[in-house]
Ligand binder design. Sequence first.
Ligand SMILES: *Cc1c(COP(=O)(O)O)cnc(C)c1O
Length: 473
Amino acid sequence: MNKRSGSSERLAAIPSVDRLLQQPALVAAASAHGRSMVLDAVREVLAEQRRALKRDASAPASPEELVDATLQRLSAASLPSLRRVFNLTGTVLHTNLGRALLPPQAAEAAKQALVAPSNLEFDLAEGRRGERDSHLEALVCRLTGAEAATVVNNNAAGVLLALSALAFGREVPVSRGELVEIGGSFRIPDVIEAAGCRLVEVGTTNRTHLGDYERAIGPRTAALLKVHTSNYAIVGFAAAVAEADLAAAAHAKALPFITDLGSGSLIDMTLLGLPAERTPRDALRDGADLVCFSGDKLLGGVQAGFVVGRRELVEKLRRHPLKRALRLDKGRIAALEVVLRLSLDPDRARASIPTLRLLGRSQKEISETARRLQPAMQAWCGESATVEVADCASQVGSGSLPVDRLPSAALRIRSTQARGAGAGPDQLARALRALPVPVIGRIHEDALWLDLRCVEDPADEALLSEQLRKSPL
Ligand SMILES: *Cc1c(COP(=O)(O)O)cnc(C)c1O
């Protein structure tokens, strides 16, 4: 076509919406994506074409090109928003990447509960209304030694519910060393306020003594609260009050003692070669009346919050209107039941709960994974970067064991080009995020680190190298 032909002439050459819709590829697309999706995509492609022709004198696209552009648009629009990724950040419980991963049998139980009716709130023996907590309560009690247990949407909800039910309109003393912020928007002072309570700050940031609590207790005090400093540690000239002493101080004034334990591991972490972490059982043994912990941190289940402890207090929580607003759905109850059953036996838990398995992997095993993947990664980078196997340290994440680092191994990718020349760590990281299964690493000291702790399954390893081969940089 004559480059000088007028824009109106070229606009008139654009095929009609109907003509494009009759193209066989788009007829097929309509049965896959639905006619209205295809219609919208065709309209957008034609509008784009019109704008392009008005802007410059390029030749109009052929009908085949317009069909291709429409198909591309459709496949981009049908890509799910929530997608699988490779977590090579070195943080096992990465809140932004979905935290704990379910054992397949727990996911299967969740699926069954979602696709078929169940006895969620139905007593099969009596044929009448049942209680949704009943599916988990006996198991949690057995695992923690508690008298009673309830489950809500997450640990933040558990703390909110406990404070709302037991301390609304009254005071809650908390150590200044424990005014925790967990990533996002969980801040202890805000949660206490949202529960309608008044925070009474006790002691100092680094040192809080029993006498500080005792002086803070008055006629308006409703409960004592201890918060696990999950994601930081106060070291050096520091002092905190032992939980047994806090419990005794609370009980001397007939007040409940609540512990927000955060991660809530149900098995002894030293079995995984990790430092000891207080368990809900430890907290109850030390005199806590209620213990709150997460379902998707060291427990290795799904997003959920357990509140366990004295029966009469748990009953108060259950009767509170917020319980209904914060309750757990059936899929998660089904998944948690499986994870809790697996947790009854520590050896089975370590072998079958992915979070525990990943945390327990040895550096030697991880570096073997790294060595096997190194050639594929080097081939993907080509000349733009060098890929070496290097030692590194993973972390647990999600505010669990903040200080302790787990010896691990990574692929360290360093650009061979001068700074800013187009293949720096940021660009490499972006290209890895654009793979069909996005790969998320960590940038450190001008290199991109891919910690292989979380690539444990041979099928994942194969998928990773296969997509590197198929989509070179
Ligand atoms: C993680 C954590 C929470 C929040 O738990 P979610 O299950 O994420 O709501 C609350 N308190 C402490 C101490 C935590 O570590």
